[in-house]
Design a protein around this ligand. Structure first.
Ligand code: DQA
Length: 144
C-alpha cells in the first residue's frame, strides 16, 4: 500500500483559532482526520506531521525518502515564502512533493505571491482548503 507523508508547517497547529475568516473553523486534528479518511477511501495511507520548526520539516522530508514514502503533501506555511533550507531539502530527495496552501495565496498580500519552494515541487494546489490535500493525493496516485 502506498504511503504518503503529510507535512504541515508553522502556525497550522492553530487552525480553527487562527484567522478563521481566512482558514476556517476546523482544526489541524480535523484536517489530519480528513486526509486520513480520504487516503483510506483511495486505498493508500498517510502519516501526518506538523511543526513550527524549520529543521524538523527538513528532517521529515529526508525521512520520507529513507522510509520510501510514495510522495509528500507539503504545506510549508510561511516558510514557503523564504525557506531555502526547505527548498533544498525537497531538491535533495527523489520523492515527489506537492505544495498545498489552504488559502488562495495569490489573492492575499504580495509577500505570499512568491514561493521559493514551488519550483522544486511537482506542482502547487492553492485555495481549495482541506480539499487541496485530497486533490494532491489523487494527483500523486495517478502519477505512476
Ligand atoms: C498558508 C499560506 C501562507 O502564506 C501562510 O503563511 C500560512 C498558511 C495556507 O495554507 O494558506 O501559514 O500556507
Amino acid at each position: 500500500m502506498k504511503h504518503f507523508y503529510v507535512i504541515n508547517g508553522p502556525n497550522l497547529n492553530r487552525l480553527g483559532k487562527r484567522e478563521p475568516t481566512v482558514y476556517g473553523k476546523e482544526t489541524l486534528e480535523d484536517l489530519e482526520a480528513y486526509v486520513s479518511t480520504k487516503a483510506e477511501a483511495l486505498g493508500c495511507k498517510v502519516t501526518c506531521f506538523q511543526s513550527n520548526i524549520e529543521g524538523e520539516i527538513v528532517n521529515w522530508i529526508h525521512q520520507a525518502e529513507d522510509e520510501q514514502a510514495a510522495g509528500i503533501l507539503l504545506n510549508p506555511a510561511a516558510f514557503t515564502h523564504y525557506s531555502y533550507a526547505i527548498r533544498e531539502a525537497i531538491s535533495s530527495v527523489a520523492v515527489p512533493v506537492i505544495e498545498i496552501h489552504l488559502s488562495n495565496v495569490h489573492a492575499r498580500e504580495p509577500f505570499r505571491h512568491q514561493s521559493v519552494t514551488a519550483a522544486v515541487t511537482k506542482g502547487q494546489i492553492v485555495g481549495f482548503g482541506f480539499r487541496g490535500y485530497e486533490l494532491a493525493l489523487r494527483a500523486l496516485l495517478e502519477e505512476e
